[in-house]
Design a protein around this ligand. Structure first.
Ligand SMILES: [Zn+2]
Length: 596
């Protein structure tokens, strides 16, 4: 925003926009750096204080932490439709919770989860109920799925309106909860309907005095309708958050850009039996698998906040409900490969890309894929417990979070033109003792596994961090995708030249994108190149683009525009060729205007 104002002011005076901008930032930078070493008002870093279990609920946090309590009871639905994938002894390890949740899809005798039409009606009802309670509420279209279904968001706030400016004006942190990016993972979606009701008219209503909440219960309605992981076109939308080639991912990016949530939670489910039984002769044990953003160039403070302010209280909340949890892990579909991997380190998942947008970004996975309706109340209870913990943590840390985000935004902006940036990093191979379940007896079974840890990233490739990137005039698609992320892109208004680094191709191969599950299906082959850099004075024609790195999303820009990674715009043909972009290595003095 500051960048924008500065640009406009300078444009009016007819001077070179960017030199002024860089000068101003250059003046600010030492102060910022000094402050980072000494007296910057870093968020005070006190670990959460454990609360006595039986203290009377006297504050918002305590009220929230007493949740969940049973909504109106209905008869717990019997598993319908598909046989249990494991023995009764295993199933007995997962008793139904004392709470009975009631959504359209959780009704007794239902064979299908909540339909898209029922979600729409439910969100409308919650918005109405919230309005009666004096809460500003709206159901917004986030976008359209490939089959034309409307993806919807419910906004709940004590702001005077439900538009992004009204929420931002409250100064309160906004939490974005996303469910069912993968269509065959229904517990997240059902749990988010529960959360919507409890926020609008139930036990979570008081938390809206401290935070704003935006809920997208079902991000992939087409996948949900057909019970499949991917979107209609076969693409996994949760690997599309940098490229934004699907309308589903584009819709979420627009929502992120406009509402600027401080915290994002992505609710998923994981495979409990299936390939784990084939590989390890064991069923998976944990009610919840958890992970925060783990990708190159994330600010350290963001990771620390995710760990100390969110994951640890979440572990305690789950434990208090008798629910078990572990770090998130998965395994490839190749049965010969016995390695387990934590969630990936590529900048393509919602978890990682939302981290690169400087949000505290959390993944919550319940054991559910392949289980049909088995243990559905327990799965929903696990999600509701974890998500309620996130809301409570945000309410409790509202003022610190209010300091954290502007600090991180400034810190990243100040890095432009300095030091090294990671181009690529990878998880660290390790061994891990993981508890699984014996498929017959249901007893715990400890397995020592090869384990790719995403908590310790290995550096694969670094480069000096440029001041920004130039894009050719023909790179309109790339410019638009960046802008959809909230990146400020400038247009060159007069021919100029600048010290830059071109990419020279040293090798090229067709390849497939890989994730921790193996080769990703539904994607076109990528162009995998190795490059060297050639430095020189490079022409900057009128009508081409400049993407400065002295902005909060600088790290996301690096992930998109360094070409020699599998997630990049170049590798995935969002950019036409290697010559469509170069690294700008000095303060540009050519004339620019901000795109509106
Ligand atoms: Zn998933």
């Amino acid at each position: 925003m500051k960048l924008m104002q500065l640009s406009r002011t300078t444009a009016a005076s007819g001077q070179s926009i960017f030199s002024r901008q860089v000068q101003t930032l250059a003046l600010l930078a030492p102060a910022l750096l000094l402050a980072a070493c000494t007296s910057v008002p870093l968020p005070p870093w006190t670990p959460p204080v454990p609360r006595p279990a039986q203290s009377a609920p006297a504050s918002v946090e305590q009220t929230v932490q007493t949740f969940p309590v049973a909504p109106p009871a209905v008869i717990a639905p019997a598993p319908v439709g598909q046989p249990a994938p494991y023995s009764a002894a295993v199933a007995a390890r997962f008793p139904a919770p004392a709470v009975v949740y009631s959504t359209p899809g959780l009704q007794a005798q239902r064979t299908s989860f909540t339909t898209q039409a029922e979600i729409e009606a439910w969100l409308g009802d919650q918005a109405l109920a919230a309005s009666r309670a004096g809460v500003s509420a709206a159901v917004l279209p986030v976008g359209r799925s490939q089959r034309g279904e409307t993806v919807q968001a419910l906004v709940l706030t004590r702001a005077t309106g439900t538009d992004p400016a009204a929420l931002l004006a409250t100064g309160r942190p906004t939490v974005l909860l996303i469910g069912q990016q993968h269509g065959d993972e229904p517990a997240g979606s059902e749990a988010l309907l529960v959360m919507a009701r409890e926020l609008a008219q139930g036990l979570l209503l008081p938390v809206l005095g401290r935070i704003n909440v935006v809920i997208v219960p079902r991000a992939n309605p087409d996948g949900a309708a057909s019970g499949q992981r991917a979107t209609t076109g076969g693409l996994d939308m949760n690997r599309d958050h940098l490229l934004l080639s699907t309308p589903e991912a584009q819709g979420l990016a627009r929502l992120m850009r406009d509402y600027q949530p401080t915290v994002v939670v992505d609710a998923h489910e994981y495979t409990a039996a299936g390939r784990f039984v084939e590989k390890f002769g064991a069923v998976q044990k944990y009610d919840a698998l958890l992970q925060y953003a783990t990708t190159a160039n994330l600010p350290e403070f963001l990771t620390k906040a995710a760990e100390e302010w969110y994951r640890r209280p979440m572990l305690a909340a789950l434990k208090a409900q008798g629910l078990s949890s572990e770090w998130y892990y998965t395994t490839s579909s190749n049965l010969a490969d016995k390695k387990l991997s934590m969630g990936g380190t590529q900048p393509d998942t919602g978890r990682n890309v939302n981290g690169l947008k400087n949000a505290v970004s959390l993944l919550v996975e319940t054991r559910g894929v392949g289980l049909g309706r088995l243990h559905i109340q327990r799965r929903v209870h696990t999600q509701v417990t974890a998500l309620s913990s996130v809301l409570a943590s945000t309410a409790q840390r509202a003022s610190e979070l209010g300091q954290l985000r502007p600090y991180i935004d400034k810190e990243i902006s100040a890095l432009a033109c300095t030091g090294e940036a990671l181009v690529e990093s990878a998880p660290t191979p390790a061994q891990y003792e993981l508890v699984m379940l014996d498929p017959a007896s249901g007893a715990d079974k400890t397995v020592t596994v090869d384990w790719d840890s995403a908590l310790a990233l290995r550096t694969i490739k670094t480069r000096p961090r440029p001041c920004g990137y130039w894009l050719s005039a023909e790179s309109g698609t790339a410019a638009e995708r960046l802008r959809l992320h909230g990146v400020q892109v400038m247009r060159v208004t007069e021919f100029g030249s600048v010290l830059g680094e071109n990419y020279r191709e040293t090798s090229r191969a067709a390849a497939e994108r890989q994730d921790v599950r193996g080769t990703m299906t539904g994607n076109a082959p990528i162009i995998k190149v190795q490059v060297s850099l050639m430095r020189g004075l490079l022409d900057v024609p009128r009508g081409s683009y400049y993407v400065p790195l002295n902005q909060p999303l600088g790290n996301l820009v690096i992930a998109a525009l360094e070409p020699d990674t599998q997630s990049s715009f170049f590798a995935n043909r969002v950019l036409d060729g290697l010559q469509s972009a170069f690294r700008v290595m000095a303060e540009p003095v050519f004339k620019l205007e901000a795109l509106n």
